[in-house]
Structure formats: C-alpha cells, structure tokens
Design a protein around this ligand. Structure first.
Ligand SMILES: Cc1cc2nc3c(=O)[nH]c(=O)nc-3n(C[C@H](O)[C@H](O)[C@H](O)COP(=O)(O)OP(=O)(O)OC[C@H]3O[C@@H](n4cnc5c(N)ncnc54)[C@H](O)[C@@H]3O)c2cc1C
Length: 493
C-alpha cells in the first residue's frame, strides 16, 4: 500500500469538526492522518476565496459553488431546500459567524460523561475570547471570539437591546457564560473582519506536518467493512471508485451526509436497508432518525428612512435568549446577505430552540451520489406551535417599541396559521441524526466515546451525534465536541 491509500486515521469530511479532528490527531507525529473533503480546498489563509472570508455575507445562494443543496420537506405541505457547506471548514465556512455555546442546562440531557464540567475545558481550549477571561474562557485557542463594540452596533441592534431591557428582560452580559439568559451581544468568530472557520483556525496551521495529508474534491460514497470492522472507505475520484484503507475511520460529514454515508454502507435501520437493496452490516435503527433543527419565522419590518447598506455589519449582533425561544434582530435582509436570493423583507427572527418535533433522513434511492429523503416534520407538535406563537408575541412587542423610536415601520400583517406555515424556515442547525447515547438504547448510534455501537474502528464526530440540540447555534458546541473527541481518540482521556 502507498501512503496515498492508507492512513492510521481517515477523517471523512473537512467541515467544522473534521478540520479540528485532523489538526488535533496529527499533533501525534507517530500517527498518519488523512482528511478527505468533497468540496474545494486551499493550502493557506491567503488562498482563501474572498467570499469565504467575508463574515458579512453567506455564500449559500442557489448558484453557490461552496454548498450542497438538498431538497427537504419542512412540513407535509411545505417543500424547500437547505444548504450545507461543501468546502474546507464546511458549514462553518459559510455561516453567520455567531459563535455561542450550549448552556449548562443543555448538557443535563447528555450522557453523564458529557456534563458541563466535563466539556468546559474543551470549550476553553477551542477559543481565544478577546472580551472575557476567567474560569469560563480560553485565552489561547485557535478560534478568536469577540462581540461587536457597543459604539459600532447597527442602530437596530442597539434599539433592540434597549427595547428588551425596557420590557424587563435581563441583561445577558456574556452569552458564553454557563447560565446565559436574556438580551445581550452575541459572540462572533470574527477577527479583523474575517470569518475564522476551523479550516483557518485549526487546519491551515497544521498543513506543514508530514503526517497529515488533505485531499479535497473527493467524494466518499461508503465505508468499507470486514464483518463489522471498518477497514477504510470507497471514494469516487474522477468517476472511478478508489479504496483508501485505514486503521480507524472517523466520519465528520455533518448531520445530513453522515447518516447518508452510513445508510449507503449498510449501517442503519435493517428494514429500510433491505427495502433499498443495501446489504445490512449493522442494524442501528437510530441512523437518520429523530433529528432536530431550529424552526424559524421572520417577522417583517422596514427601515423608516432608506439606509445605505453597511458593508461591515454582522447579520446578528444582539439576541434575546429565553428558555426555549431566541429572538434575532437581523441587521440586513437575506437578499443583501445571500447572493442570488429573491427579494425578501428585513425581518426579526423568532426561533424555537428546544423543539419537540423530530425529523428523519432516509435513503431515497440506491445511488450513493443521490440526495437522501429529508423530512423535518416541523411544528407537528402542538407544543412547538404554541411556543412559536408566544415567541412571536414577544417579538411583536419589541418591534412595537422600536417602531416608537422612528427607526422602523411595521407592515400590517395578519399572522394566521397559514401565514406562519408559509413563512416557516430553518436555522440550518440540524443535530442528532446519529445520536450519542447508552449502548442499551436501541436508538443510540455512538457511545459516549463517539464509537459506533457494534462496529470496530469507526467513530462519528460531528453535529449528527449531539444528544440534544443546543438551545443556541451549534457551531461553538460542535468545535468543543471535536476537541474532546480528538482527545479521546488520542487516548488522552
Ligand atoms: C448557512 C448556514 C448558516 C449557519 N449559521 C450559523 C451560525 O451563525 N452560528 C451557528 O452556531 N451555527 C450556524 N450554522 C450551523 C453550523 O455552521 C453547523 O451546525 C456546523 O458547522 C456543522 O458542523 P459539522 O462538522 O457537523 O458539519 P459541516 O461543517 O457541514 O461539515 C461536513 C463536511 O463534510 C463534507 N462532506 C459531506 N459529505 C461528504 C462526502 N461524501 N465525502 C467527503 N466529504 C463530505 C462537507 O462537504 C463538509 O465540508 C449555520 C449553518 C449554515 C449551513
């Protein structure tokens, strides 16, 4: 075997988690590490395409060369599409750069070895917080974290903050503190007006290592097994199938592609695999089942006077976090943010952060390169419908107060159930499509050490394994999970 077709650790997917895992594992000079990424690659931050470094735009429009686009069913009556990053850095290279940790309470429903005290060291290890230090913050990690200076906030962000305080919500000074609650500035993984993805923060500084090899533009179609032991992967390379062998395969392909690759490899609900003509390697009923994402409704507003578009304003600078609702005063419309998106109003996002509805990802065909069938099953639960309505009521009151300052006008809209369903979107925070759990739990796919239950030489490290969705955006939590999983894989924990 040549070095091109074997590695001790084979990392499948160079997204948020894959870049962390490849960089950390290759710190051990005795281990060879290969990272395979389906999308584009670059060798240094200098080669980074401008559009990926710009934190004030999201290159996820219909013609983007940096995304996967999947057809989805948000509700049985609402078809849509979702984007996921397809480049080094993955979804974290194209996202809104809002970098907020899961709270202490979020970890109470994770396995007992993943409580807040267990994960805090890895949150700290991942970041350099430029505003806060002390027991909850890191000062030497690869991802810089800062909040927008008060005197640079967009007027809408400042008025939103004042309106929420005026309505009696608590001042949430540090949204990355363990018990964050209320209104405050959001932490951003931005430095010198550049989005710092894990590709920039972790992978680029590691590329000089002789034991790390990165291949981009390579599509992994399945994991290869001998019995239940993973022995490598099959990749589609220039139309040819090539096998790359490994001692340990670490799947980091994200919450959509990871279950899809597993299903194509014969790991998943046996009945579904048999129906699709895939040989069963391991019957794991939880693969692709019960995922969660944050549903979102945009309440429209207009600026009273025409405003010049500010080129260096983050889309989200402040937010109000309540027990299960997040209210986001977006500073720009998605038409301004996402190239190629049709005309849309400015809007304040009302987002359900702890939904009860669960979705599924299943094989739609035997073609491993085809898209899976993704059903969100959004707002199927009466709880979710009521919680979104309550969030809309709070957001309405805040918009009313902001309108009184003369900054914005509000179109007259009757918020019927049909209107809500027609405006329903997703925050693109999909989590839990291959959850971590106890070995005895038939729906768990990986154990507390990120190993696929029932297989050998196979781990999953990405947002698909999150046991419950964070009540914040998942990016910072994904980086933490990848930090800890790397320590586990290296035998340091
Ligand atoms: C547009 C957008 C905006 C978002 N905004 C925010 C935000 O502001 N804050 C926040 O907290 N979260 C945000 N998120 C969510 C967050 O970015 C993701 O949850 C997180 O980055 C997911 O990390 P991951 O490692 O699980 O997957 P990803 O980062 O998606 O990485 C998966 C990688 O695997 C690769 N891959 C997939 N299939 C294959 C294959 N077959 N072969 C080889 N490689 C493959 C992909 O190309 C990709 O690079 C956003 C997401 C999107 C899409």
């Amino acid at each position: 075997m040549t070095e091109a077709d074997y590695a001790d650790f084979l990392v499948v997917g160079g997204g948020t988690c894959g870049c962390v895992v490849a960089a950390r594992l290759s710190e051990d000079p005795s281990a060879t590490v290969m990272l395979l990424e389906s999308g584009s690659g670059y060798r240094s931050a200098l080669e980074l395409p401008d559009v990926l470094g710009d934190p004030y735009r999201l290159p996820v429009g219909p013609a983007s060369e940096y995304t996967w686009t999947y057809p989805v069913e948000l509700t049985p009556r609402r078809a849509s599409t979702i984007a996921r990053g397809r480049t080094l850095g993955g979804s974290g290279a194209v996202n809104g750069a809002y970098f907020t940790r899961a709270t202490r309470a979020d970890f109470e429903n994770w396995p007992s070895s993943w409580r807040y005290d267990d994960v805090l060291p890895y949150f700290k290890k991942s970041e350099t917080d430029r505003d806060f230090e002390g027991e909850f913050h890191g000062t030497a990690g690869p991802i810089p974290v800062e909040r927008r200076a008060w005197d640079q906030l967009h007027p809408l962000s400042g008025e939103f903050h004042a309106a929420a305080l005026g309505a009696g919500f608590p001042d949430d000074v540090d949204k990355n503190a363990p018990d964050s609650f209320g209104v405050g500035r959001v932490p951003l993984n931005v430095s010198d007006h550049r989005r710092i993805s894990t590709s920039i923060g972790y992978l680029m500084p590691a590329l000089h290592r002789p034991n790390l090899r990165v291949e981009s533009g390579v599509n992994v179609i399945r994991i290869a097994f001998s019995g239940t032991r993973a022995i490598g992967v099959d990749v589609l390379d220039d139309g040819n199938v090539r096998r790359i062998r490994a001692d340990h395969v670490v799947v980091c392909s994200g919450a959509v592609a990871t279950p899809h690759i597993l299903l194509n490899s014969g790991v998943g609900p046996a009945e579904q695999l048999v129906e699709q003509g895939v040989s069963v390697v391991l019957d794991r009923p939880g693969v692709g089942q019960n995922f969660v994402d944050h549903p979102e409704v945009l309440l429209p507003y207009h600026f009273s006077k025409p405003r010049t578009i500010r080129s260096q304003t983050p889309v989200l600078e402040t937010a109000l976090n309540l027990a299960e609702i997040e209210i986001r005063p977006y500073t720009a419309s998605f038409t301004e943010l996402v190239p190629g998106v049709p005309r849309m109003d400015h809007g304040v996002g009302v987002v359900l952060m702890a939904p009860h509805s669960r979705g599924s990802i299943e094989l739609a065909s035997r073609d491993p390169a085809g898209a899976p069938r993704i059903r969100y099953n959004y707002v199927a639960s009466a709880h979710d419908r009521a919680a979104i309505r309550e969030g809309m009521r709070i957001a309405e009151n805040l918009l009313e107060s902001i309108a009184e300052t003369g900054l914005i006008d509000r179109p007259v809209v009757e918020y019927t159930d049909e209107w809500v369903e027609s405006r329903l979107g997703t925050s693109l925070h999909m989590s839990g499509s291959c959850v971590m759990g106890a070995e005895a739990d038939p729906f768990a796919v990986v154990d507390g050490r990120c190993r696929v239950i029932g297989a050998q030489g196979l781990s999953i490290v990405d947002t698909s394994i999150l046991p419950t969705i964070p009540t914040r955006g998942p990016h910072a939590t994904a980086v933490m999970v990848a930090e800890r999983a790397s320590a586990i894989l290296l035998g340091d924990e």
